[in-house]
Design a protein around this ligand. Sequence first.
Ligand SMILES: [Ca+2]
Ligand SMILES: [Ca+2]
Length: 279
Amino acid sequence: MGVCNILIQYLWSLGPGGRGISPRKKLAIVATTAAVAIVIVAVGLASLKPKANPESVNELPEAHFGCNANGLMVAVNASESFDPDGNITNYTWDFGDGAFGSNVTSEHGYAQEGTYTITLNVTDNSGDSNSTSQQVTLTVVVVKSNPIAEIVVISNENGTVVLSGSGSFDPDGGAIETYEWSFGDGSTESGAVVTHVYAVNGTYSVTLTVTDDESATNSTSVDVKVTISKNPQPEQIGPPGLYNAIENHQERVDDKPQLQNSLNHLESNLQRWLEKHGP
Ligand SMILES: [Ca+2]
Ligand SMILES: [Ca+2]
């Protein structure tokens, strides 16, 4: 309307001789001016018409998402997505490996390392949709660790000491390949469970070194106090500590099958001792 007013005022002030214009010419000018004004008003109204009906154009939703990868797991979150003139009614995820997901947040575990394109598609309440994509590169980082050596003194009687390293383990899931013992009196031996007969009373530092399947090692030590009876009873001939350990294992192996391995070691140690010293 502002445009119309300015134009009409300009037409009425035409030239200094305006007062001398004949009534007929005045009428013509008025008629022309009115016609121009009507056209301008019509054009003005026509240009305003689209703004008078904004609901006729739907604005597309905007797709945005965040993505966190951890190893082969990916978590996605589309809560940043929105619709400027409505709301989002559907979320669809394409994880790029043939897997799909729905909902505003989703998780997916990939089968293998690689670079994948994740696509989010959002649909608004008017049925229009929009999408966005992100690339994610997945790598599996394997953390290696040294094994951990553990010594358990199974028995210590009259100079015969039975020791187990079976509690040793590898935190990264590897295997313990070797168990090496140093008894503190100059002797050494290998094996998860070992028996050693000391000749002299004293306190000995026993060291176990374990090596895992990647040649990483770890050692630990315990002090073993050895007391040898000067007058052994007849029933103590042989490695009484070993007999006791075998008996102890046999009593418990039914409840704890994992002791079977230690029991096998003890029995083969006894066999070796008997072959060496006689029954
Ligand atoms: Ca919309
Ligand atoms: Ca390891």
